[in-house]
Ligand binder design. Structure first.
Ligand code: GDP
Length: 467
């Protein structure tokens, strides 16, 4: 072989090895509204941009071993997915006074190229650097609540919603849509404007029970967070809860039209999401705010448990042939993270992790069966407090210092104890947990955002890919 041919061959072989070492990983971030998705992705990207420089990531081996060579944002290859608003979020956090970024409303994506030196000797011999393209996808957890709908008919779903109305607190808020629907004959010709108004009243009920009763399991999920489908007719149906329906109706009648829209919703939005997005995810983190429902009371906490059960069904695909056939999902690592751990004094963090573990334990069992590696931890994406000690009635106790949302002066407080297992009646009787919303920290944009355990999340989710 001539010298130039040899050079060319070497170059080609090098490029080939490089392609072999370079990888793409689609990391999906979800959680119910206000669980902390926007804060998490903002801080994660920010830590990655500061990784290897001034970010504190001691538990992320590739950073701790000094193998990171550079991380930068690159354009996303999915041109139809909106970009995650990273710059806007940083702008809000660095305002004076700082404000929390706008929460997630639909799907969005941000891609990072992580250039690193392989730690594995064999890989290092082949190539002294490699790149992991990390695609981070943000989407509302409410969309996963819809999976169980796929196995339901309109009549099944209507029956389930009717059963929900047996709970007095939920029924008390349902009067507007129940009254609007009561005057609508199942067999009269479709009046689109009335269906739209009825669906709007039903959606308002879902929002009200979320706000007033701390409900989490609200379906259909897109009614709350419609993304780009706001106002689409397929979001304009409600469960039929007004008694017997005459036989032989079709979609020229109210009942038949709502049934057709329910089926369309399932096919287009629910299946569409699993087929076009979920099936392409490699890794998933589910963020859970356990603290707000602890404050709201037993009904809200129990509903969070039910919502997590529904969410977990999305990861039980090993069990079900149709599910596997339909979407061929491939998530192999699943992290449950209890967010906002900076609301607790450090000795409570272990309890928070154990509480989340008991919430998802049922799901753990199934998901493990399908070969998914699962982990739970407690983290704070953006740490808004400092922990220390304070004197209370002559005793020294652990305490937190931070600024309450809307306040200028910091306060020192002890928020109370978190139960380390599903709370029983005695916990609710002596409920000593006081959850205060904190303002974001005063942060200098040149510095990395303060956090708790994001490096542990990175180690679990990406560790093997950067070995
Ligand atoms: P999303 O709806 O899941 O996108 O939720 P966000 O990320 O917008 O978070 C909702 C709210 O939770 C924020 O506005 C903050 O008030 C609070 N929050 C989120 N993450 C943290 C955190 O790490 N620490 C603290 N103290 N509050 C947080």
């Amino acid at each position: 072989m001539s010298k130039t041919a040899l050079e060319q061959w070497r170059h080609k072989a090098g490029a080939w090895v490089q392609r072999g070492l370079d990888q793409r990983l689609r990391l999906a971030v979800t959680g119910l509204s206000r669980s902390g998705k926007t804060a998490f992705i903002t801080s994660l990207v920010n830590q990655l941009e500061h990784a290897g420089l001034d970010a504190r990531l001691p538990h992320w081996p590739v950073a701790a071993e000094g193998r990171l060579l550079g991380i930068k944002r690159v354009p996303s290859r999915h041109h139809h997915v909106p970009a995650f608003g990273y710059e806007a979020a940083l702008g809000q956090l660095s305002a004076r006074p700082p404000v929390w970024p706008e929460p997630t409303r639909g799907i969005s994506e941000i891609t990072l190229a992580i250039k690193y030196r392989p730690g594995n000797r064999l890989k290092r011999r082949l190539q002294d650097s490699a790149t992991l393209y990390l695609e981070i996808v943000d989407y509302p957890g409410e969309w996963l609540l819809d999976l169980p709908l796929l196995a339901m008919s309109y009549a099944d779903w209507s029956g389930q919603q009717r059963a929900l109305l047996q709970t007095p607190a939920l029924a008390a808020l349902a009067a507007p849509w129940l009254q609007a629907g009561a005057s609508l004959a199942a067999d009269s010709p479709v009046d689109d404007a009335r269906l739209a108004a009825l669906a709007a009243a039903y959606t308002q009920w879902l929002l009200d029970i979320k706000r007033e009763c701390g409900a989490y399991l609200v379906q259909p999920g897109r009614f709350i967070l419609p993304g780009e489908y706001r106002g689409a007719p397929m979001l304009q149906f409600v469960p039929w809860v007004w008694g017997e329906v005459p036989a032989g109706l079709n979609d020229s009648h109210h009942h038949g039209m709502m049934e057709a829209r329910f089926e369309h919703y399932k096919k287009h939005l629910v299946q569409g999401f699993y087929r076009d997005f979920f099936a392409g995810f490699d890794r998933q983190i589910v963020l859970v705010d356990c603290l707000t429902p602890l404050n709201q009371g037993p009904g809200s906490f129990a509903d969070l448990g039910r919502a997590l059960e529904a969410i977990l069904q999305s990861f039980e695909y090993g069990k079900s042939g149709w599910w596997q056939r339909l979407f061929a999902p491939r998530i192999d690592k699943l992290l449950f993270a209890a967010t906002k751990a900076d609301h607790l004094t450090p000795e409570q963090h272990g309890r928070l992790t154990r509480l989340l573990t008991s919430l998802v334990r049922g799901g753990h069992r199934h998901a493990r069966l399908s070969g998914i590696d699962i982990h739970t931890l407690a983290l704070a994406s953006i740490k808004a407090t400092h922990s220390g000690r304070a004197r209370h009635q002559g005793e020294e106790i652990p305490a937190l210092q931070g600024r309450r949302l809307g306040d200028v002066e910091p306060v020192t407080l002890y928020p109370g104890e978190v139960p380390e297992a599903l709370p029983g009646a005695d916990f609710w009787q002596r409920q000593g947990f006081d959850f205060t919303e904190f303002a974001p920290p005063l942060w200098q944009p040149e510095a990395p955002l303060p956090h708790l355990r994001l490096d542990q999340a990175l180690a679990f989710l990406l560790g093997d890919k950067l070995s």
